[in-house]
Design a protein around this ligand. Structure first.
Ligand code: ATP
Ligand code: MG
Length: 426
């Protein structure tokens, strides 16, 4: 038992002492068996949802119709779900009805893969009727029951399969692989939001490259409800043939959206294709914006850095940091280090240099400039207009480059000179 499970033990004990059965199930059991860190703890019980709610003072009725109650204990939340079976899946997703049952066996039977159909009892005994542990030892992913049936019932399981193959470094048993190839067309029934959630999970895991390789090799990516552009699909396919070796070293990136950016750069995705892909996946605007900014920074910077002219690199970098912000610039620096050399990776030396230039910039945004638009207007006795932002930007670049000191007096002095020359007007 992991420490997280020990912490949850009072729940199991309470249910059992009231005459119900209660066991740990799902991903936590799988990860505990593998000796990995356990995330969320799921408990399955023979008690009905109302009975569970009756036993614990702090409950949230998360999904009563599916039998799920979230129990809050010591600040932790636990999903407690009544043993159930599923029947008549609708639209190749989600069962249209569930029935509560009293037998653990029946509950485990509805679960997708053998490694996800194990339970741990109060005693610590691993109940494993479908030999999930054996499959794990052999690094195999296998459906509970017939792959063809299970994938047809719920097409999302195909994406779950890909995610597990990658994250846990497994190989599909032949029947699962055949099933994935035969029924991949059913993916068009899965909402793109769900696809995105699975891809995100896959990419945040330990071996995102492997997941992507499986996704490409199985041809699943081309079957989404909203598929990527043909050009991008071809690249994905090609990269799968190399078993993902052409991909950036994604695992070195901690930020999920840096991983997305690195993938798109590795695939040499055109800006338009990348944008379309992120939109089709319903990536929230803020995240899509960050990914696109990293791609643009790359287009603008990678070329100039290769020119290898110190002062021009510096000037381009200052402008880029000002235009896109320090945060995005930092993300790009992470990404560029993870890329493979042929995709525009920069030497550690250049990366360090860019970092230190950024760190030493006396001002990185207009907010940090020691003067604002109103003060400029007064100092130059001019009416507000587009000239202001042009002048402010010019000042910011001069300050950032160290040409002018960031003090109000100095900035006004310089503005008066430029104003007379009219140099910033164009
Ligand atoms: P994760 O580590 O991502 O949480 P997980 O296996 O725990 O992986 P959950 O979505 O939390 O995934 O589901 C918990 C359990 O519910 C699974 O282990 C599996 O037994 C069952 N399950 C989840 N989704 C499905 C599905 N689409 N079909 C069948 N069983 C499922
Ligand atoms: Mg889980």
């Amino acid at each position: 038992l992991t420490s997280e499970m020990k912490a949850a033990m009072p729940l199991i004990e309470k249910l059992e002492s009231d005459g119900y059965e209660a066991v740990f199930v799902g991903g936590a059991v799988r990860d505990a068996v593998l000796g990995l860190a356990v995330h969320d703890i799921d408990i399955a019980t023979s008690a009905l949802p109302e009975q569970v709610m009756g036993l614990f003072p702090k409950c949230i009725p998360t999904g009563l119709q599916h039998g799920t109650v979230t129990v809050v204990q010591q600040g932790e939340t636990y999903e407690v779900t009544t043993y159930r079976t599923e029947s008549s899946y609708e639209q190749f997703r989600k069962p249209s009805s569930v029935a509560f049952v009293l037998q653990l066996d029946e509950d485990l039977l509805r679960r997708d893969f053998t490694m996800n159909a194990m339970a741990i009892r109060q005693s610590g005994y691993v109940y494993d009727p479908y030999n999930g542990q054996h499959d794990l030892r052999e690094s195999r992913l296998r459906c509970v029951g017939k792959a063809n049936d299970r994938l047809q019932e719920d097409a999302l399981r195909m994406l779950r399969a890909i995610r597990f193959l990658g994250t846990y470094r497994l190989r599909p048993v032949p029947s699962l692989w055949r099933g994935l190839k035969s029924y991949k067309g059913l993916l068009r029934h899965i909402a793109m939001e769900r696809v995105q959630a699975e891809l995100d999970k896959m990419l945040s895991g330990d071996a995102p490259e492997r997941g992507l390789a499986w996704l490409g090799a199985s041809g699943l990516w081309g079957e989404f409800k909203e598929p990527a552009s043909p050009a991008l699909l071809t690249r994905i396919q090609q990269s799968a043939e190399y078993d993902g070796v052409e991909m950036a070293s994604l695992s070195s990136l901690e930020h999920l959206d840096e991983r997305w950016a690195a993938i798109l750069l590795s695939l040499r995705a055109a800006e338009k294709d990348a944008q379309e892909l992120l939109v089709s996946l319903r990536l929230p605007n803020k995240r899509a914006g960050l990914v696109m900014t990293i791609l643009r920074l790359h287009t603008e910077m990678a070329v100039r850095v290769n020119e290898d002219d110190e002062s021009r690199i510096r000037a381009a970098w200052l402008e880029a940091v000002i235009r896109y912000g320090e945060e995005a610039a930092g993300h790009w620096l992470h990404v560029v280090q993870a890329l493979k050399p042929q995709r525009g990776q920069l030497s550690q030396e250049i990366v360090n240099r860019l970092y230190s230039i950024m760190k030493e910039m006396p001002a990185k945004s207009l907010k940090q400039l020691a003067i604002g638009g109103n003060e400029l207007q007064q100092a130059l006795s001019r009416r507000a207009g587009p000239w202001m932002s042009r002048l402010l930007n010019r000042l910011l670049i001069a300050v950032a480059s160290g040409d002018i000191v960031n003090e109000k007096g100095k900035l006004i002095e310089q503005s008066i000179i430029w104003n007379e020359e009219g140099t910033y007007e164009k």
